[in-house]
Design a protein around this ligand. Structure first.
Ligand code: THU
Length: 136
C-alpha cells in the first residue's frame, strides 16, 4: 500500500495535466482504492464555465468507471501556500463513496492535513440516509 506522502506526490504530478485556460488554477487529485490502486485526475475547464470538472471528481469518476467503489483516501494538490478546501459538490461526491474516506489536502510544498469526508460535509445527505428512509 502506498504512503499518504506518495499519494500527495501523485496528486501533485496529476496537476501537470490540468486544463485551466480560464482560471490558471491547477488542481490535481489521486484517489487510493481499498485494495491499493491509485487513479489520478485534474481539473478540466470549459469555455462554458459551468461545465468545468474538478480534479477530485475526475479522479473519482475515473476509478468508478473502471469498477472501483471502495476508497481509503483521496489526496488533493494545488499550487497555493495555504491548503485548498474542496468545493461543496466534490464533498457530496466523496460522501457517496464513503463517509470515512481520508481527504488529504496538500499545499504547493507537499505539506498536508487530513480530514474525514464526513467532517467536511456535516449533516450530509448520504446513500445511508436514503437507505434508512426506505426501511421506514
Ligand atoms: N476546482 C477544483 O478542481 N476542485 C475544487 O475543489 C475547487 C475548484 C477547480 C475548478 C476550476 O477549474 C478552478 O479550480 C478554479 O475554480
Amino acid at each position: 500500500m502506498i504512503s499518504y506522502e506518495e499519494l500527495v506526490q501523485k496528486a501533485a504530478e496529476a496537476k501537470e495535466m490540468a486544463y485551466v485556460p480560464y482560471s490558471q488554477f491547477r488542481v490535481g487529485a489521486a484517489i487510493l482504492t481499498e485494495d491499493g490502486q491509485v487513479f489520478t485526475g485534474c481539473n478540466i475547464e470549459n469555455a462554458s464555465y459551468s461545465l468545468t470538472n474538478c480534479g477530485e471528481r475526475t479522479a473519482i469518476f475515473k476509478a468508478v468507471s473502471e469498477g472501483f467503489r471502495k476508497f481509503k483516501a483521496i489526496a488533493i494538490s494545488t499550487d497555493t501556500e495555504e491548503i485548498t478546501s474542496p468545493c461543496g459538490p466534490c464533498r457530496q461526491v466523496f460522501i457517496e463513496f464513503g463517509e470515512d474516506i481520508d481527504v488529504i489536502l496538500a499545499n504547493v510544498s507537499g505539506e498536508y492535513k487530513i480530514y474525514k469526508a464526513k467532517e467536511l460535509l456535516p449533516l450530509a445527505f448520504s446513500p445511508a440516509k436514503l437507505e434508512e428512509e426506505r426501511k421506514l
